[in-house]
Design a protein around this ligand. Structure first.
Ligand SMILES: Nc1ncnc2c1ncn2[C@@H]1O[C@H](COP(=O)(O)OP(=O)(O)O)[C@@H](O)[C@H]1O
Ligand SMILES: N[C@@H](CCOP(=O)(O)O)C(=O)O
Length: 293
């Protein structure tokens, strides 16, 4: 048996739609795999009642198929589904790494990124790699047609998860098909600023670089109370706030001394809108870990 823990991730970071992602040091999924003649799936943990066990509908089924690695796969969910925290990607990445090990396929973590992305295609309709890349490689990742690169960094973050479900598939439907040149220049500038911030481990630059006028405004409308939460986080010292992945989680970057205050302000602001929420006080963390044989 092989067991892998893969972390939650936050994709886009505002200015890097479908490209940027970070691994979070918590929460995480744990996936156990054992060789079998055909793939069967068992799911326990947070939100497991909403996750199919049919291999054609669970992301790990697609990963097992890609690697030609049938197995009994047990998923212990720590990352709530439809959270904007890469729940499906945590399972995909963990299954890819575990099955690669179980069947001795010899693929590197970088080579496993497109394999795990096939799991994402099952749920969102597209094999976007911006969650599976950080879930496998850790740190801040840039996944583009030019390949996948990773930067080892350390930025304090708060991920605030409201009791609302937003499916990635639905949230992709509100993304505009076109953007005007001024908005593109604005986004590229901010994406570059954010990247420099990650390289320098500078929360001010990372926060400033999250601003985006193209995708985030449309996504924010799917989250009750988003503007209130954003303003509350900024007032409490956040250096930048954006929608985490496709939402509904809201991500804030901050200095370490402000993290507790920012987390409390975000939960209180959701509460004012009558939405229960919990905040993860987290930071950019490591990728998936094999921790037992
Ligand atoms: N192993 C899995 N883990 C989480 N969600 C899964 C899994 N397999 C299939 N799903 C489905 O994927 C959807 C959640 O994925 P998604 O909408 O991308 O949200 P998230 O942002 O949390 O990844 C739900 O409909 C869920 O039932
Ligand atoms: N780039 C994707 C990221 C989806 O992230 P998730 O955590 O919500 O699954 C998108 O924005 O659609």
């Amino acid at each position: 048996m092989v067991t892998v823990r893969a972390p939650a991730t936050s994709a886009n970071l505002g200015s890097g739609f479908d490209v940027f992602g970070v691994a979070l040091d918590r929460p995480a999924d744990v996936v156990h795999v054992e060789k079998a003649d055909r793939t069967t799936i068992e799911v326990t943990g947070v939100g497991s009642q909403y996750i199919p066990t049919d291999p054609n509908r669970n992301v790990v089924g697609a990963v097992a198929e890609e690697l030609d690695a049938p197995a009994h796969i047990r998923i212990d969910k720590g990352v709530r589904p439809s959270s904007g925290l890469g729940s499906s990607a945590a399972s995909s990445a963990a299954a890819a790494l575990a099955l690669n090990e179980l069947y001795d396929r010899g693929l590197s973590r970088e080579e496993l990124v497109p394999v795990a992305a096939e799991g994402e295609a099952v749920v969102s309709g597209e094999a976007h790699a911006d969650n599976v890349a950080p879930a496998l490689l850790g740190g801040f990742t840039v996944a583009s047609a030019a390949g996948v690169t990773t930067v080892d960094t350390d930025i304090p973050l708060v991920a605030c998860l409201p009791e609302i479900a937003v499916s990635t598939r639905d949230a992709r439907r509100v993304v505009p098909n076109r953007a005007d040149i001024e908005d593109l220049v604005h986004t590229v500038g901010h994406a570059a600023t954010l990247t420099v911030g990650m390289c320098r481990r500078d929360p001010e630059l990372v926060g400033a670089g999250m601003d985006d006028r193209i995708v985030t405004p449309a996504r924010a409308e799917l989250i009750n109370g988003y503007e209130l939460v954003r303003e509350a986080a900024l007032d409490a010292g956040a250096t930048g706030v954006t929608v985490s992945g496709a939402g509904p989680s809201v991500l804030a970057a901050c200095r370490p001394e402000h993290r507790t205050r920012v987390a409390a302000a975000m939960v209180a602001a959701f509460d004012e809108t009558n939405v229960d929420a919990r905040a993860y006080k987290t930071r950019v963390g490591n990728g998936a870990e094999i921790f037992e044989f």
